[in-house]
Write a protein that binds this ligand. Structure first.
Ligand code: ADP
Ligand code: MG
Length: 333
């Protein structure tokens, strides 16, 4: 099961903590396991047909972005052996967006990372690969060798792509657009921790918990107070194995071929676009606090870095309130 659907990760790193007035609201929540993750959608004042439509969108895009579903666009690219492949406009758009973030992050974000992801295989192994294997896999990684022209994609033989760091965000945006088009005014979309909020919570902000790194699932390091935005977290504590007292996690630095080694445990990005937030949360985790914060500023999004000691660092558009048991973070404007 895991192997079949491993294009997206399971870890739910952001939790929408809705304290809504349920009796007065006509609220509907549905959860499905898809894309190797937990998808939960909550809509108010809508109906089953709209809810089904939202899950249909997730299924539709899973079929084209998954690297484990035969005949997906990504599988076709990965099996192309150097031939040109024509993909759907959405796949082309997602690849194009990913290449922009690769350029802007100086290669920290790289969807051609798959040979290294497969080599490390952190879900199924418990011993790091040897340096020779890492050098060999690294030679097959490099976003500059992804050629995209219109809807045509060409990759050198041996190279392969993985949209796992950005597809959940992209699909979340598509679900949000669909819900808005049906007239939904209030909803929470949670694709494995990529949380998008439509509207507000009875004229107040929704509460979204940021997972405390390495703590019990559901324990919050901070509570985000947000409306009408998306929040996406990437964390080194989500998927990892331990070997000789060191942690080897699932986000790889393309420059070294090893899981990123800096003092950052998680990065949360707050933005309007979940695809952008998803790619930037991964990129910023690789870049670390200083360079990551610069990239977030450049892209006009807000960022929250939590380091391995639990210290929280916020971008300039955010406020943090340390009164209370868990810090509360909100947008300044
Ligand atoms: P998650 O999907 O676990 O919420 P991310 O969005 O950060 O977290 O995506 C991590 C996934 O992206 C990894 O499991 C791997 O498949 C892929 N990946 C790992 N390193 C990179 C990288 N430097 N750039 C792009 N994708 C990466
Ligand atoms: Mg990501």
């Amino acid at each position: 099961m895991k192997k079949l659907l491993t294009f997206l990760c399971t870890a739910v790193v952001l939790t929408a903590l809705c304290s809504c007035n349920q009796a007065a609201d006509s609220k509907m929540t549905e959860t499905e396991i898809m894309m190797d993750t937990v998808v939960t959608i909550t809509v108010w004042d809508s109906d089953e047909e709209v809810m089904n439509g939202a899950f249909d969108i997730c299924r539709k895009y899973e079929k084209i972005f998954s690297r484990t579903i035969e005949n997906s666009d990504v599988s076709k690219i990965n099996n192309s052996n150097g031939e040109i492949i024509t993909v759907s406009p959405e796949t082309a758009e997602l690849i194009s967006m990913s290449l922009d973030i690769s350029e802007m992050s100086d290669g920290a974000f790289d969807i051609s990372i798959l040979p290294l992801v497969n080599l490390w295989d952190v879900n199924n192994t418990s011993v790091p690969p040897n340096p020779q294997q890492i050098t060999e896999a690294k030679a097959q990684v490099g976003f500059k060798s992804i050629l995209l022209q219109g809807n045509n994609v060409k990759l050198p033989p041996g190279h392969s792509i993985d949209l796992g760091s950005v597809a959940k965000g992209y699909i979340t945006d598509k679900v949000r657009d669909y819900l808005l088009s049906t007239g939904v005014k209030k909803a929470i979309i949670n694709l494995g921790g990529n949380v998008t909020l439509i509207g507000n919570n009875n004229k107040k902000e929704y509460s979204v918990g940021i997972q405390k790194p390495f703590a019990l699932h559901g324990e919050s390091a901070a509570i985000l107070k947000l409306s009408n935005k998306t929040a996406v977290t990437s964390g080194v504590y989500e998927r990892y194995f331990e070997y000789e007292n060191k942690i080897y996690h699932h986000i790889i630095d393309p420059k070294t071929g090893y899981p990123t080694k800096n003092d950052i445990a998680s990065v949360t990005i707050i933005a309007d676009s979940s695809a952008l937030a998803d790619s930037l949360s991964t990129a910023c985790l690789v870049l670390g606090k200083e360079k990551g914060m610069e990239l977030a500023n450049l892209k006009g999004v807000e960022a929250i870095f939590i380091d391995l000691d639990g210290n929280i660092f916020i971008s300039s558009g955010l406020d943090i309130d340390y009164n209370g048991t868990v810090p509360k973070i909100s947008l300044k404007f």
